[in-house]
Design a protein around this ligand. Structure first.
Ligand code: B12
Length: 592
């Protein structure tokens, strides 16, 4: 099987046979293309061949203009294309900013571009001529329906409203697109394309962007019609469907209507890749999967190696897998990680997979002995908390612990940092309550892992702490972090929750024989409640029996002093250190 040609290798994999190695189709964004282009001295398809791709994709759909250079546009410069869509140059993208179907009536006058136009097929013809013998040629007709209608022709919000308010109109826009792409697809097949790629981004991090029922009503029948048309021209034509994000609910539908391969296999939401391989792997081939959100830009080369190995082993058994990152490679991916990805695919992608190279080795260390880019890994965890990715936070926390990263580091610079950033965004109106709650859940999943880990190393309870939000204050996210920190460093914590009246604090201190009372206030309007609690402790003659710690964003060290508190701390980690100090433990600094 050694020395297979690219074409043979790719087709074997798509047809569920094990080739000599896992085929590759890595797509390059502008900056990554430029960097690699300089190294390899090539551009375009030639560069793709040089980096080892086994297929060439020819973008023919409406979204091809988003990334292809339309002349050399300046930042902010705009142009209107033949669809009537207005694009604006933003960073390295051309964003659709104006839509031709401003009102529903506009559809009556609207003329779709002519799919018979000879220019539409020129690029594909050249690619087939030059590369068709050796490589698989993919004619890419995306964005095909939903994304083309919503993102380009009508505007996302408008089209979503149309789908509910006026499904006949929404259907007519989609029919126009389906007709256009059917003709273009037929021409591509005649021209020699091996695979037709169709698709729209209909998935997000946590599920589908539109309800599967809506997709089944609006999109599925039109895709089916297109696929039937293509099959009439060439019964063997392979249909590859692409969506980013989580689109698992409609995978059975795709199989039903004749799709034979799917991408981009982002492992988010319900896209559990091993389950998907188990469930659909006999009939569907998969392309993509290597994470471009965290792993490639933020992981270490070792992480990337491990990621490639895991992916190839999860999706590659028995063929049916084409290696690719889950999106284009963008400029944020360090070159070291790109090389690590290439190398790892060589090492782990040979069939039979079980006999390819052993597990990735341990992390390389820099001079200070700290694993390379610990910062990047912690940042990745912070980002996951921000995204509310509970499962991922749990897995990564475990993983970082296994890699020898200190639990306290993970807590302070990963989990807590993510939560704090999320809260800031909430304050600015950039995210809303659901995101806050999901972030909170994700953080707790991580801290649960850390707690077990740290408790094992800590001494027995250092003391008892009563904690709560003062009266009228419901902001318990920060307090929960502090509580977890206290527990992690070995305190028994009695949490009274939020909106706690002064009397309840005082009686809990008495009943629990608390060593420390930790009072949290998050609003300028509730900080005065701290004073009330301390006054009541005094009136009950128990002030001297308990240390009082205060905290919360509006609290300053000066305020703490004024109200006669024993300690203040600005965040969870320093709150825990402070608590040890208040207990008279000299080595508090060594604990955290
Ligand atoms: C999330 C949030 C909410 C959520 C709370 C959910 C929850 N379960 O906590 C919801 C939506 C319910 C909410 C409601 C309200 N909110 Co609000 N909310 C926020 C927000 C965005 C984030 C707060 C947060 O969680 N921060 C993250 C945590 C990690 O930080 P932290 O609390 O500061 O905690 C850290 C430290 O302070 C310290 N710490 C905390 N406690 C303690 C205790 C001790 C002993 C120690 C040592 C240290 C310590 O360690 C923590 C960890 O690092 C802030 C905006 C902002 N800019 O922060 C507004 C904010 C706090 N909210 C505000 C307001 C006004 C309200 C509402 C009145 C709004 C309304 N109209 O409904 C209500 C009031 C509800 C109530 N009665 O409490 C204002 C308060 C303004 C002020 N005057 O101070 C803010 C600042 C927003 C703003 N734009 O001004 N809110």
């Amino acid at each position: 099987m050694a020395g297979m040609k690219s074409r043979e290798r790719f087709l074997a994999a798509v047809n569920h046979r094990e080739p000599d190695r896992v085929p590759q189709l890595i797509r390059l964004g502008k900056e990554a293309g430029k960097k690699l282009g300089e190294i390899y001295g090539a551009t375009g398809p030639e560069l793709e061949v040089r980096i080892g791709n086994d297929a060439i994709i020819c973008q023919m759909g409406i979204n091809s203009e988003m990334e292809m250079s339309i002349g050399d546009l300046e930042q902010g410069e705009t142009y209107i294309n033949e669809w009537g869509v207005k694009y604006e140059r933003r960073l390295s993208f051309n964003y659709p900013v104006g839509h031709p179907l401003k009102s529903r009536n506009d559809l009556n006058e609207y003329r779709f571009p002519d799919p018979h136009d000879p220019k539409k097929i020129e690029k594909l013809t050249n690619i087939v001529r030059k590369y068709g013998n050796e490589f698989v040629i993919i004619a890419d007709l995306s964005s095909t329906l939903f994304e083309a209608a919503a993102g380009h022709l009508r505007g996302m919000e408008q089209f979503l409203i149309d789908s509910y308010e006026d499904p006949v109109f929404a259907g007519s826009v989609l029919d126009g697109l389906a007709d256009y792409y059917s003709v273009l697809g037929i021409r591509a097949i005649h021209e020699g394309a091996d695979i037709i790629r169709i698709g729209d981004d209909i998935g997000s991090q946590h599920g589908m962007l539109i309800h599967p029922k809506l997709w089944r009503g609006l999109i599925r029948p039109r895709l089916f019609r297109m696929i039937q048309t293509f099959r009439q021209v060439n019964p063997k034509i392979i249909l590859l469907y692409h969506s980013c994000g989580d689109f698992r609910p409609i995978i059975p539908d795709l199989l039903d209507i004749g799709v034979r391969a799917i991408s981009s296999m982002q492992e988010v939401g319900s896209m559990n890749l091993s389950e998907i391989k188990r469930e659909f792997g006999r009939h569907l081939a998969f392309k993509g999967g290597l994470d471009t959100q965290y792993l490639l830009p933020m992981g270490t080369p070792e992480d990337v190696r491990e990621g490639v190995m895991r992916l190839v082993r999860t999706l590659g058994e028995g063929g049916g897998y084409i290696f690719m990152p889950s999106h284009l490679l963008y400029g944020d991916v360090p070159m070291d990680n790109i090389w690590a990805m290439f190398e790892a695919l060589k090492d782990y992608g040979r069939y039979p997979l079980k006999e390819s190279a052993p597990e990735a080795g341990v992390c390389r260390k820099d001079k200070s002995g700290i694993p390379l880019s610990t910062k990047g890994k912690l940042e990745a965890v912070a980002k996951m908390v921000e995204n509310g990715e509970e499962q991922k936070v749990e897995q990564w926390t475990q993983r970082l612990l296994r890699q020898g990263i200190d639990a306290r580091e993970i807590l302070a610079h990963g989990l807590e940092k993510g939560m704090q950033r999320l809260a800031e965004q909430f304050g600015n109106g950039d995210v809303f309550l659901p995101e806050i709650l999901m972030g909170n859940k994700a953080m707790r999943a991580g801290t649960a892992v850390l707690k077990v880990h740290l408790n094992g190393r800590m001494e027995q309870p250092k003391g008892i702490i009563v904690i709560g939000m003062v009266k009228n204050d419901l902001h318990d996210i920060g307090k929960n972090i502090v509580k977890i920190m206290f527990e992690i460093v070995g305190f028994k914590v009695m949490d009274l929750g939020a909106n706690v009246p002064p009397e309840d604090f005082v009686s809990a201190v008495e009943q629990e024989k608390a060593d420390i009372l930790a009072l949290s206030a998050r609003m300028s309007t509730t900080v005065k409640e701290i004073k009330e609690v301390i006054e009541l402790l005094k009136r009950k003659n128990i002030r001297e029996r308990v240390k009082v710690m205060v905290g919360g964003a509006p609290i300053t060290p000066g305020f703490a002093l004024d109200v006669g508190a024993d300690g203040f701390a600005p965040d969870g980690v320093s709150a825990a250190k402070k608590a040890w100090e208040l207990m008279g433990v000299k080595s508090a600094i060594e604990v955290l």
